[in-house]
Design a protein around this ligand. Sequence first.
Ligand code: SF4
Length: 169
Amino acid sequence: MRRLLFKNLVRRPVTEAPPARDDAALAALAAEVDRAARRRLGRSLAIREVDAGSCNGCELEIHALNNAFYDLERFGLRFVASPRHADVLLVTGPVTKNMQEALSRTYRATPDPKWVVAVGDCAANGGIFAGSYAVTGGVSNVVPVDLHVPGCPPNPMELLTGLLALLQA
Ligand code: SF4
């Protein structure tokens, strides 16, 4: 026991190093998204996240947009609790059959004009869950998709770049 305690004291942590912080690039990208949203909508962008059966890896990256590191609200981007208040649906996961109806209803509840962003490889075509009896195989099989952000999972900067591409389209 003593040996284990000593080993843990001198051993380096087994976790990965945090990503390098590039505040200037983040601020420039988030400000650009905010400018594009105001040009297109006349206000900031409201985002509703829908987990349609993901492994939660994509959610961790989406949640990171709100943490103290990225802190997106300072740029006027905000996540909303209801699709009725949203401009964009960020949808993750291969859309399990249990979530199919919920996703359709969420889409119908979102006011026009609205965009759907499929986040992650599973949302594009089922990803590692493709072929399972329990999934529909991608968001576009259930609701129209305007943009796909690839990755497993995509990181916060890639998510922001995707939102910007959407607003500039
Ligand atoms: S794309 Fe990867 S991280 Fe995202 S839900 Fe699928 S398996 Fe999980």
